[in-house]
Ligand binder design. Structure first.
Ligand code: ZN
Length: 467
């Protein structure tokens, strides 16, 4: 370590939505190193104490200090994506009109052909796409590990390091192939012993529990219809012995309800509850079909939900009871889900989709723009156990900040949060993760956007054999 002063970034004149606390119509955010050190109204001069920086004006700086003019911009916390399957960038457009089970059965044989090169290319494109739409923290749920195809988990972690997002890769798994009553063909499932050993290796090798961590691993068997009850229990024991979080898909469709009743004699959430899979260290993808008791159990146990409205719409799965979960006090975040079930969805777009779908089912006051923004920030942070680090703009938190341009076409809406959430997502002026610029003036800065797009297209060709 050197005693070189921390790099300082000063954003001024922006409309600031800290998510926690009152909105600031024209204010500043001051960042030192990877932390936020000040948030308040007016210019930052009063809190800068004689700092000599590169002067005022948009994006000026001297290398160790930069002052960004946020005039005409909305500053929010960087968005948090709580559910994804990055490899699916390479397998988009399959079964465009199918149910979840029809789409899965058509997709499994294609996914069986993936290797580390496909995963790296797909993850590069998928993570670039997320960053370019305001996401600074994302999970990934990878659960297909064909034998002898390289280190797929390492491939996506390497891609995340290059793009610069805060990454929560979930070591997924499937052990219940068709011969054991599951949905996937036997060629894409693994043996439980091999799954548990590889998952423990991944935790030991990559998981960083420290404050400000850029990399945390979770344990994530895939779903009740592709994983045995024994593996669910062993996975929970493994995760809890290492202090890492648990993730899985649950209650996504009525077909899944029927499968669980036939095979286990109970609905999906009750099945999870019996396996010890509800708790403050668990967040669950979809949770569309919940009983009143399920909603109550999520709230009592602090179990989080990764709400994926575009994917639920694309597959005709249903509309989750988000407003009921929030009313009960359960954590809810947003997820884009894999690009094969919500093609090229953006996380900022999910804010709008969540709001509209709740209103379509429950009426115009079901979910406000501000509540939807909170789902995509603090709600997601809570699902990942990081509510003390990210998800709001407050001194002491990590400097994950999105600065959205609300001038130009967006200037005809007076309320900046309505302008942000109701229509098309505005362009990004800047995106910072841990104080580092990932996106500037809509362009990815850590790698070239064109290179990331080519990597995704090459992964698609390699997986599908398309010319
Ligand atoms: Zn999923």
């Amino acid at each position: 370590m050197t005693d070189r002063p921390l790099r300082r970034v000063i954003i001024e004149n922006a409309y600031i939505v800290p998510v926690a606390g009152a909105e600031i119509p024209s204010g500043h955010v001051v960042i030192e190193g990877d932390r936020i050190v000040a948030v308040g109204p007016g210019p930052a001069d009063a809190v800068l104490d004689g700092v000599t920086d590169g002067g005022s004006g948009g994006g000026s700086g001297d290398g160790d200090s930069e002052r960004i003019d946020g005039s005409g911009c909305l500053a929010t916390p960087g968005l948090v994506n709580t559910h994804h399957h990055l490899y699916q960038w390479a397998a988009q457009g399959v079964t465009p009109d199918g149910t979840l089970f029809e789409w899965l059965v058509a997709s499994y044989p294609l996914w069986a052909g993936m290797d580390a090169e496909v995963v790296h290319g797909a993850a590069t494109a998928g993570l670039a796409w997320l960053a370019m739409s305001g996401c600074t923290t994302t999970t990934d749920h990878h659960y297909v590990f064909p034998k002898g195809r390289g280190d797929l988990f390492d491939a996506e972690i390497e891609a995340a390091r290059r793009i610069g997002v805060r990454f929560h890769p979930c070591r997924g798994s499937m052990d219940r192939g068709r011969s054991k009553g599951g949905l996937p063909p036997d060629e894409v499932v693994e043996e439980p012993d091999a799954i548990l050993a590889a998952t423990e290796d991944a935790i030991r090798k990559y998981h960083d529990p420290s404050f400000g961590s850029m990399l945390r691993v979770a344990v994530a068997p895939c779903s009740p219809f592709s994983v045995s009850g024994e593996l669910m229990v062993w996975s929970a024991e493994l995760a809890r012995s290492h202090g890492v979080r648990l993730h899985t898909h649950i209650a996504e469709t009525q077909d899944e309800d029927q499968h669980c009743v036939e095979q286990f004699g109970v609905l999906p959430v009750e099945y999870l509850d019996r396996l010890g899979w509800l708790g403050p260290d668990v967040w669950l993808a979809h949770a569309v079909h919940l009983t009143d008791k399920d909603v109550q159990r999520f709230a009592e146990t602090g179990t989080g939900t990764a709400h994926c409205p575009s994917s639920n719409g694309r597959l005709g799965a249903g509309i989750a009871r988000v407003c009921d979960l929030l009313r009960a006090g359960a954590p809810v975040g947003l997820g884009v889900d894999g690009a094969a079930s919500s093609e090229m969805t953006t996380l900022a777009g999910e804010i709008r989709m969540a709001m509209l779908m709740q209103r379509a089912r429950y009426g115009p006051r079901a979910l406000t723009a501000r509540q939807a923004l909170e789902l995509a920030t603090l709600g997601g942070a809570r699902c990942l156990g990081r509510g003390a680090e990210i998800g709001t703009l407050e001194p002491g938190k990590l400097a994950d900040v999105a600065l959205w341009r609300l001038d130009g076409f967006f200037a005809a809406i007076d309320d900046p949060v309505v302008a942000f959430a109701y229509g098309r997502t505005p362009p990004l002026a800047r995106l910072l993760a841990g104080g580092r610029t990932l996106v500037e003036d809509g362009e990815l800065r850590t790698v070239s956007g064109a290179e990331a797009a080519r990597a995704g297209a090459a992964a698609h060709r390699r997986l599908t054999g398309a010319a």
